[in-house]
Design a binder for this molecule. Sequence first.
Ligand SMILES: [Zn+2]
Length: 114
Amino acid sequence: MTRLFAGTAFDKLPTCERCGLLEAECTCPPPARELTPPEKQTARIAVEKRPKGKVATVIRGLKADANDLPALLTQLKTTCGAGGTIDGDLLEIQGDHADRVAKVLAKLGYKFPR
Ligand SMILES: [Zn+2]
């Protein structure tokens, strides 16, 4: 017997508020996010050791939902000429680029802990 999707199973899956499709099928552009101005945020930069003797420049304090972290990461990678990743609210640039990262963030208006 073929089982029809007549039950309520699909009703419980998340659907897009705009097009009504399941979120997995929705192609609506993501809603504009309300980003927090850099001037109201404090970035903490640290150079940390990684396994195998490598170091990474880590930026904390910038929330993923309050910043365009992918754009910021791209800018940092370009400025530092290094690879990097985003891990939640944390940005990481390979190598010791604390000075360059600080300059980029300062130019954008981010504050630093005193
Ligand atoms: Zn949609």
